[in-house]
Design a protein around this ligand. Structure first.
Ligand code: NAD
Ligand code: UDX
Length: 486
């Protein structure tokens, strides 16, 4: 293989875009072309309004674009010109046929492999960046080898190089990754291909952080890493339910548990459940893999992570209905936050979708505000789970939080956007129906302060302040930590 001077990435999404922007930024000697079958998305990447919001991304794209970073819809040309090709297309949960609702849909990955086979014209290192099941590289290789049989100019090696970036912090994660993982074939040719990709990353990542393994270990490590991360959230969320029933406080428990250096303090934030395009899909993919391997016990173990997550969302919605006197029909409820976490406009598998679905089933009138998610996006996500007619009838979307809360019986925090921490809750309280409740699904609010304003406050993982419920003393300012019933 030639030294890598031209990289093509197929798939201009949340992974392909930021990853290639970073490579272009750190490797001025490499020309990077990102292609996609979605011409509209490519046009957006070439415009002032990028198709995704990611802190720090716009600056890098605008600096590198036209220098050594290009966005194009001409997939065959970009494949022909590349020394190394990243496959960075989506691998969503399959919604039909065998493995429906569990297995990842690999049709996009396979289609890229076929396009590479057709247009390569010469030697290429092909790199799986998409998250795929173990041994997916074998299918890609089989397709490419078939083309190689018929054309002596062709020559391929398939590597696995999963991406570990998290949305909202993608540029930081890419600039300073905990590790880069590269898996390849255990053969002289495989090692050669791996060393070419290592050299690309060595432009900015210390060699000690670049891990090389066999292909299957690399593929499995990605699924395992996401399963471990998701499992931590389900673990702390399971503990949050015990806290609510006993008077323990989940933040205090997480703090005490996380202080153990073997456990560590990250990813122990109790919440309304994890969302995003990866965790559920990848844990389900692992469960499906285990089932296919006849490892039923292992499959059930990981399935529990998803079950707790679904339960946590449901539990939170039920809590809202329960605390609003068991009926929310016709009541206005303000939902603050719709993206699956702060600092992204991505709504894929956001817990907000599911909490809203449950509340719409109870005929609540929902008024939404999210700083980065458009009204059209909120409506289309909700229409998929609740039906367009229900959404048209019961959903409103506002352009600021105060407006969304006006005349509402309750505020529900579903995304931990920083601006929700500093809203003028005293003024908002005055515009609401009373008694007014706040449900904090992200543990970002100051409960004591809100109670002093007069709110009834409910947070994941702590028992409600009994004094306020039993005697209705909210607003007198005598509650908080000094309350005798705490
Ligand atoms: P995405 O949906 O944002 O982007 C995928 C892009 O691929 C789309 O723009 C689509 O049009 C394009 N595409 C699909 N088939 C194509 C084809 N045959 N030819 C050309 N373009 C094609 O997806 P994403 O979030 O970037 O995820 C990509 C992969 O990376 C997935 O496997 C995902 O699991 C994995 N991953 C995602 C994240 C994340 O945070 N989003 C993090 C790590 C890994
Ligand atoms: C995740 C992985 O972190 C990343 O390594 C992988 O490449 C892709 O999947 P992402 O889904 O973008 O990244 O975001 P992440 O920060 O992991 O959050 C996922 C969900 O878990 C969010 O809904 C977040 O709010 C939630 N979460 C996270 C918690 O509820 N508690 C936590 O302690 C951490």
């Amino acid at each position: 293989f030639r030294e890598v001077k031209n990289i093509t990435c197929v798939g201009a999404g949340y992974v392909g875009g930021p990853t290639c922007a970073m490579i272009a930024c750190k490797c001025p000697d490499i020309r990077v072309t990102v292609v996609d079958m979605n011409a509209e998305k490519i046009a957006q990447w070439n415009s002032d309004e990028l198709p995704i919001f990611e802190p720090g991304l716009e600056e890098v794209v605008k600096r590198q674009r036209g220098t050594n970073l290009f966005f194009s819809s001409d997939v065959p040309k970009a494949i022909r010109e590349a020394d190394l090709i990243f496959i960075s297309v989506n691998t969503p949960t399959k919604m039909y046929g065998r493995g429906k609702g569990m297995a990842p849909d690999l049709k996009y990955v396979e289609s890229v492999a076929r396009t590479i086979a057709e247009h390569a014209g010469g030697p290429k290192i092909v790199v799986e960046k998409s998250t795929v099941p173990v041994r997916a590289a074998e299918s890609i290789k089989t397709i490419l080898m078939e083309a190689q049989k018929h054309n002596r100019e062709l020559h391929f090696q398939v590597l696995s190089n999963p991406e570990f970036l998290a949305e909202g912090t993608a540029m930081k994660d890419l600039a300073k990754p905990d590790r880069v993982l590269i898996g390849g074939e255990s053969s002289p040719e495989g090692y050669e291909a791996v060393s070419h990709l290592v050299r690309v990353y060595e432009h900015w990542v210390d060699r000690s952080r670049i891990i090389t393994t066999n292909t299957w270990s690399s593929e499995l490590s990605k699924l395992a890493a996401n399963a471990f991360l998701a499992q931590r959230i389900s673990s702390i969320n399971a503990i949050s339910a015990i806290c609510e029933a006993t008077g323990a406080d989940v933040s205090e428990v997480a703090h005490a548990v996380g202080y153990d250096s073997r456990i560590g303090n990250k990813f122990l934030q109790a919440s309304v459940g994890f969302g995003g395009s990866c965790f559920q899909k990848d844990v389900l993919s692992l469960v499906y893999l285990c089932e296919s391997l006849n490892l039923g016990k292992v499959a059930n173990y990981w399935r529990g992570v998803i079950e707790i997550n679904d339960w946590q969302r449901r539990r939170f919605a039920d809590k809202i209905v329960g605390e609003l006197f068991n009926t929310v029909a016709g009541k206005k409820i303000a939902i603050l936050g719709f993206s699956f976490k702060k600092n992204t406009g991505d709504t894929r598998e956001s817990s907000a979708i599911y909490v809203a679905k449950h509340l719409l089933e109870e005929c609540a009138e929902l008024s939404f505000y999210d700083p980065k998610v458009t009204e059209a996006q909120i409506r289309s996500e909700l229409a998929l789970v609740s039906g367009k007619e229900t959404v048209d009838r019961l959903v409103k979307v506002h352009s600021n939080a105060a407006q969304a809360c006006e005349k509402a019986h309750a505020i529900v925090i579903l995304t931990e956007w920083d601006e929700f921490k500093t809203l003028d809750y005293a003024s908002i309280y005055k515009t609401m129906q009373h008694p007014s409740a706040i449900f904090d699904g992200r543990l970002i609010l100051d409960k004591k302060q809100l109670r002093e304003i007069g709110f009834r406050v409910f947070a994941i993982g702590s028992a409600p302040e009994q004094a306020y419920n039993m005697f209705g003393t909210a607003g007198c300012g005598s509650g908080g930590d000094s309350s005798p019933n705490r």
